[in-house]
Write a protein that binds this ligand. Structure first.
Ligand code: FCB
Length: 429
């Protein structure tokens, strides 16, 4: 496999999943703190203790030889109440990311910063969270503050992580914080996140010359069953999961199903379509879709894809799905499609010896390569994740890291896949 010179190899993490130290450094409460205090759930209170161990973790990244590190900023570390003027910014929170960014730059690693990876300040949730249009404006103010602090050193900005997953699990099914189960009543949370994205792009442009993107979750909708109703159900699911978060960004407005559910105001679509420099693609697997049974609450039925190996999460391993997805984006959006970064790709498997993860990454990197050969402009690949970490609703039971973490002792042990990825990066130079 050949990758062009300058192709970026990286790893990704997020704040609530690794930082711990939830009550330190002046950090406010996030919706994940509140959510995990309920019902005996695992919490991110300690997680990987990265807040204290970031220097060791940057050392691991340097050993790995990555070009770039994607992390997220915890909004309640910067604005404990989710709002307020620059004078009320929590300077201790800013100082943490300042140290992290400088440590990365010292080791020659490009900082790639995600502004929102799901840990909304609880104070904003108390006012409706992303169901409240005002949150989009609060997000733009927060983006401006982080841009002012780090705009000179961050090499790539990512506004939101996976607004589809956050809307769906956080607001439609209630499996994630903030735990609302509103089904299609969750759609305003998509519109307000996308509006927040566009406003944040505009705010960041005034603070930085670095490129800006968003990290979307993409899943090809594969009809299972060949009836017209199955095909229609797959098209509906595709509109909801993929097109809803891509069409408006690239100036095409929303797919039809969105309009009845959201309060679209004059100018919103222009804000959402504020030009971005890249598109971030997070890919794990395709989704099997069938027609719903009569009387079902949703216009599609999600079903397992048979005939594929599965990860410890039960997710099917389908590298070709990534190639098809990338080629499909190019087919659907043509010249309007910006160059792509794969901002997450990875799998859950147990063990420090993890040949399945090596095979998974090898297959998915080959799929990216195949898409590039077919004409898709892909600029980089980020493995989810550097460390085993707090995997949301699954707590600590699903391990995605290239580095094993013993959550009792916080000892880090690089896995077989770590050495494999390091060698792949070296060989590609
Ligand atoms: C993605 C999330 C990331 C991680 C992986 C496994 O949807 O962005 O935080 O949990 O799934």
């Amino acid at each position: 496999m050949r990758f062009p010179e300058g192709f970026t190899w990286g790893v990704s993490t997020s704040s609530y999943q690794i930082e711990g130290a939830v009550k330190e450094g002046g950090r406010g409460t996030s919706i994940w703190d509140t959510f995990t205090q309920q019902g005996g759930r695992a919490t991110g209170d300690e997680a990987c203790d990265h807040y204290h161990r970031y220097a060791e973790d940057v050392g691991l990244m340097a050993d790995l030889g990555i070009d770039a590190y994607r992390f997220s900023v915890s909004w309640p570390r910067i604005q404990p109440e989710g709002k307020g003027p620059a004078s009320s910014v929590n300077q201790e929170g800013v100082a943490f990311y300042d140290r992290l960014v400088d440590a990365l730059l010292e080791r020659g690693i490009d900082p790639v910063l995600t502004l929102f990876h799901w840990d909304l300040p609880q104070a904003l949730e108390d006012q409706g969270g992303w169901l409240n249009r005002d949150t989009a404006h609060r997000f733009a103010e927060y983006a401006d503050l982080v841009g002012a602090a780090l705009g000179d050193r961050v090499k790539l900005w990512i506004t939101l992580n996976e607004p589809f997953i956050h809307m769906t699990l956080g607001y439609a099914t209630g499996e994630h914080a903030p735990g609302h189960a509103l089904l299609f009543g969750a759609l305003p949370a998509a519109h307000h996140q996308l509006l927040g994205h566009g406003l944040a792009v505009q705010a960041l442009r005034a603070r930085t010359t670095s490129p800006i993107t968003i990290a979307n979750n993409y899943s090809p909708a594969w009809p299972q069953g060949g009836t017209d109703a199955d095909l229609a159900a797959a098209a509906t699911y595709h509109a909801l999961h993929n097109r809803m978060f891509t069409d408006p960004l690239l100036g095409r407005g929303y797919p039809k199903l969105a309009y009845e559910a959201i309060d679209l105001r004059d100018g919103d679509l222009d804000v959402i379509a504020s030009p971005i420099d890249f598109l971030g693609v997070n890919y794990y697997n395709p989704t099997g879709v069938q027609a719903p049974l009569p009387g079902a609450p949703l216009p599609f039925d999600l079903v397992a894809l048979d005939g594929y190996p599965t990860t410890d999460f039960g997710w099917p391993v389908v590298p070709d799905g990534l190639r098809d997805l990338l080629v499909g984006l190019l087919t659907d959006y043509g010249d309007a499609l910006p160059p792509i970064y794969i901002t997450e790709s990875g799998c859950a498997y147990e063990g420090v010896e993890d040949p399945q993860r090596v095979a998974y990454l090898d297959g998915h990197i080959a799929a990216v390569n195949a898409a590039m050969t077919a004409g898709v402009d892909v600029r980089g690949y980020f493995v989810w994740s550097l460390l085993d970490n707090f995997e949301w609703a699954e707590g600590y039971t699903k391990r995605f890291g290239l580095v094993h973490v013993d959550f009792d002792t916080q000892v880090r042990t690089p896995k077989t896949s770590f050495a494999w990825y390091r060698d792949l990066i070296r060989a590609s130079r």
